[in-house]
Design a binder for this molecule. Sequence first.
Ligand code: SF4
Length: 136
Amino acid sequence: MNDWYKKGLYFKCHKCSKCCTGGPGYVWLCEIEIEKISKHLNLSKNDFLKKYTRCVRGKISLIENQKNFDCVFLKDKKCQIYEVRPSQCKTFPFWHCNLSSEKNWEDLKESCPGIDDKNGQFFDFEKIREIVDPNL
Ligand code: SF4
């Protein structure tokens, strides 16, 4: 196991919404998330899927603005479905790819001002592992 972060990490979300935009990408949704978000929007599951998602390699992802790649739910720099946002959004920046090396974590500072912010929350190794692999 890659444990360069065994002493823990600091993080604080500055609510700048940079992680909800940038280049093209995917926000994957599982069945439970699809149901929760549809309900939150007062839409049938089918209407939600038609209006806000696409199928990529057999998986469901939210769509994005084709001009600037903003997430479809980003409006005025705010997430319109924050209470029911997908797990991928909730667990950022503690993703496998970001933690796979110290360099990847360092590089993330360019796009996320909350990385290593000592005014933020301290996440010990166990907590980080719990977020990255909730099924462990
Ligand atoms: S880029 Fe980082 S600081 Fe900005 S909203 Fe996303 S998680 Fe928060």
